[in-house]
Design a protein around this ligand. Structure first.
Ligand SMILES: *Cc1c(COP(=O)(O)O)cnc(C)c1O
Length: 388
């Protein structure tokens, strides 16, 4: 496949003939499209994937974003969905039925885990969890009825990587679909399809949108795989993005290639600062040279995101609370991928019978936004001083 320059994709692809030479693409805020004749109407209904008929299927504003996303992920096709979770569910559910088996990374995004551990169980789909850092685990866990290997690399609270090329090879040899959540890297820094992965999913709510003002999701893959998802879960569950949401995601994507290197450089600097601080136990950032999977990170990703975790050298929840509450620039919030810095202590989450596991008490996730690193480091320093 011919590779296009990233700015050509983000700023030009699919925008050659906009109405009235508009520079910003118009929003087709319409639910339906009309036909000139009985014959045209009938032809469109017979092939909804390739026609404008009803915006639960296709809409030109949404399709424009999809054209760019497919090019970014080196995929034949992409679909934009109403959320990252709907993208993951649609992709996984399109390839399993009762009696099938999935091998999934254990530390996947919380709702992906709910899909595997609770929802699919209702339909008699079994799941085996693996840590994922050794490709052999997938080989050992695979059964004759395994249909999907589900990956997230790195995982987005514990930052564990899978060797994508190796896992893809094991899957291909057995006819198993590989699906990856590539939200952390974005297509700017990792293209799983080039490494043999079949289907890439994203939460567009994070870096693709980039401004914490829109929720969306993406799947990208071969024409056949995307068509299968479109004709089953996508149309059935109706998890279609609104044209304005699609337009906001595209507006955010105009600067994706400019934002990502800033998140990356700032995160490296702040991770190094925390690693050298006496009150910090460890820092989970794949691009720290001390990180156990640093070599794999450099081999399969061109760079990293602004999201990482660290542990305070304490198990005192009161200190975790004081640290969190002293931060001024880091907002206390879920999600990530916007222009702003965020803090999300693992301990604010829900745990079975309220018991926070020991290794989670002082685990804190930071999103490093686009603020100056000096200001962010000063903010973190003050919060650390507050628990000295
Ligand atoms: C946020 C997130 C999702 C879910 O995306 P939504 O857009 O919130 O539905 C999936 N995977 C990862 C890694 C995420 O961070």
């Amino acid at each position: 496949m011919e590779r296009k320059d990233i700015t050509e994709i983000l700023h030009h692809l699919g925008e050659d003939s906009l109405p009235l030479n508009a520079v910003s693409p118009p929003i087709f805020q319409t639910s339906i499209f009309a036909f000139e004749s009985f014959a045209a109407f009938k032809a469109a209904l017979a092939d909804e994937a390739n026609n404008y008929l009803y915006s639960r299927g296709n809409n030109p504003t949404v399709n424009l974003v999809e054209t760019k996303l497919a090019a970014l992920e080196h995929a034949e096709q992409a679909k934009l969905l109403s959320s990252g979770v709907s993208a993951i569910s649609a992709a996984v559910m399109a390839f399993v039925k009762t009696g099938d088996h999935i091998v999934s990374v254990r530390d996947s995004y919380s709702w992906a885990k709910y899909l595997m551990s609770t929802y699919l169980e209702r339909f008699g789909v079994e799941v085996t969890y693996v840590d994922g850092s050794d490709p052999e685990e997938f080989e050992r866990a695979a059964r004759p009825n395994t249909k999907v290997f589900y990956l997230e690399s790195p995982t987005t609270f514990t930052f564990k990587l899978q060797n994508l090329a190796e896992v893809a090879k094991i899957a291909r040899a057995r006819g198993i679909k590989t699906i990856i959540d590539n939200t952390w890297c974005t297509p700017v820094y990792q293209n799983p399809i080039d490494l043999g992965i079949d289907i890439v999913a994203h939460s567009a709510t994070k870096y693709l949108g980039g401004h914490s003002d829109v929720v969306g999701g993406v799947i990208a893959g071969s024409d056949d795989d995307v068509k299968r998802i479109f004709e089953t879960e996508f149309l059935l569950h109706g998890t279609v993005p609104d044209p304005f949401a699609a337009w906001l995601i595209m507006r955010g994507m105009r600067t994706l290639h400019v934002r990502m290197p800033v998140h990356f450089e700032s995160a490296k600097k702040i991770a190094a600062f925390l690693e050298s601080h006496p009150l910090v136990e460890d820092v989970l950032y794949p691009f720290l040279p001390s990180y156990p999977q640093y070599d794999l990170a450099r081999a399969q990703m061109r760079g990293g995101a602004g999201l990482f975790s660290f542990r305070l050298r304490t198990r005192d929840i009161g200190k975790v609370r004081t640290f969190t509450d002293t931060l001024r620039l880091f907002k206390r919030a879920v999600s990530w991928g916007g222009y702003e810095s965020l803090v999300d202590p693992a301990a604010v989450g829900r745990f079975p019978n309220g018991e926070i596991p020991d290794d989670r008490v002082s685990l804190i996730r930071l999103h490093i936004g686009l603020e100056t690193t000096d200001a962010l480091i000063a903010d973190l320093s003050s919060a650390l001083d507050a628990i000295r």
